[in-house]
Write a protein that binds this ligand. Structure first.
Ligand code: SF4
Length: 418
């Protein structure tokens, strides 16, 4: 049975608490900027910690273990976790292998009867690979390891790993003993091709369970919204289609649960499994669309969403895709580029997008027509980072729930006048 995970944030600043920046880190050269605005801001004020400091991950030093423990205890007390089989997902802004109290924290959690999942770590902070045995003894039963490549020189150069022998030894020990999800940001010409095949074959032979392939983003429209694009000059990233093909190819060659982000999961068909031809039967569980509205989405998700609304015969709903490829990273600049002649009187923006409603209302009334702005659900599907832990049924169930929420917003904000 899959255990429920509660998140323990140990803090940490990217690059600073990582023994230096990985060459491809999305937080490299992040500039100060005014908060972008989002759903968590108060209604009358643009800007809050979520769309300011938290987004830049700029102010959160590593926390002491007793603080992390007390936060976990509060989470346990406030949540309804009684009788639940739990584990703690340790995550942070820096690299977890650089957290000086990882041993102590996991050991304390173990004393409380809690197993741990070490969320993303590159392992570059492990000076002795044998630490992996200690952590496993401390109840760590799952690790998500940003391997990048098993080539020592590439890790030295790209991950700024001074001890690739040790970090890879730790990865091997983890893979042999517990559940390991490898993760690699794929940089064309660097760690794809034969290098990737070797990495996959090492992971497979060591016993890793899964590999998450992450398409490298290098431009604003691919999701770099912290004024730091491009991260790598002269690197051309994979197109979405090329990346999807790469995921399929790796999946067919290795005995690993391979998923890709932002696309694609060959086993569950996420994202947007319900859009897949042959899965129409599930669409009957989306309630009737009675409202009329425009749904704003991203370049990647938009066509899937349009297909679903077309299949359920929602003729009064149109989808407008922004240039931004990830809907959660849409900002007001993306909305400013939209042709308002395509936008109906009611408009639904992605729930988690970095746009304040005040900005959205201003932008969507620029042509003199006052439009109602509503927000959709936080997500409409799951990407490879999540779907790799789910079955196709679970993905479909989630998507249906989220689409029901979206239709609820359309029917409410886009209610037709009788
Ligand atoms: S370990 Fe992660 S957060 Fe730290 S520099 Fe590398 S990519 Fe950035």
């Amino acid at each position: 049975m899959i255990k429920m995970q509660i998140v323990a944030d140990i803090g940490g600043i990217p690059g600073v608490d990582c023994k230096g920046f990985c060459k491809y880190c999305y937080f490299k050269e992040v500039k100060y900027m005014e908060p972008l605005g989002c759903i968590s801001c108060s209604p009358g004020k643009i800007g809050c910690s979520r769309c300011g400091e938290e987004l830049r991950e700029s102010k959160n030093n590593f926390k002491l273990p007793f603080i992390v423990m007390s936060e976990i205890q509060s989470t346990l007390m406030l949540g309804n976790y009684r009788d639940k089989d739990l584990k703690v997902n340790i995550s942070g802004g820096g690299d977890l292998s650089c957290y000086p109290h990882l041993n102590e924290l996991t050991s304390t959690l173990n004393q409380f009867g809690l197993n741990s999942h070490i969320g993303y770590t590159s392992g570059k902070g492990f000076e002795n690979g044998e630490i992996a045995k200690t952590l496993v003894n401390n109840g760590v039963d799952e690790v998500t390891y940003t391997v990048f490549s098993t080539d020592h020189n590439l890790r030295r150069e790209w991950v700024k790993d001074q001890n690739p022998d040790e970090s890879l030894k730790a990865l091997k020990i983890f893979s042999e003993s517990i559940e390991v999800h490898g993760a690699s940001v794929i940089i064309p010409g660097v760690n794809d091709g034969d290098v990737l095949l070797k990495t996959c074959s090492d992971l497979e032979s060591w016993g890793a369970k899964a590999l998450i392939l992450m398409r490298f983003a290098n431009t604003i429209n691919q999701g770099l919204i912290l004024k730091n694009a491009p991260i790598l000059k002269d690197v051309k990233t994979h197109s979405v289609e090329e990346f999807k093909d790469l995921v399929k190819e790796i999946n067919s060659q290795f005995n690993l649960r391979v998923t890709g982000t932002p696309v694609f999961d060959p086993e569950t068909n996420a994202p947007f499994a319900i859009a897949k031809d042959g899965n129409e039967i599930y669409l009957q569980f989306i309630q009737e669309v009675t409202g009329e509205a425009t749904v704003i989405s991203s370049k990647i998700a938009g066509p899937y969403i349009a297909k679903i609304f077309e299949k359920i015969g929602a003729d009064d709903v149109n989808i407008v895709c922004t240039e931004k490829e990830i809907a959660c990273l849409i900002t007001k600049e993306d909305l400013e580029d939209i042709d308002l002649s395509e936008v109906k009187d009611a408009v639904i923006i992605p729930g988690r997008s970095f746009v304040h409603n005040l900005d959205a209302e201003r932008i969507f009334s620029k042509d003199g027509k006052e439009r109602v702005v509503g927000r959709g659900p936080d997500k409409l599907s799951v990407d490879g980072e999540m779907s790799g832990t789910l079955t196709e049924e679970q993905v479909i169930e989630r998507e249906l729930e989220e689409f029901r929420e979206l239709v609820q917003a359309i029917n409410f904000f886009g209610m037709k006048k009788r």
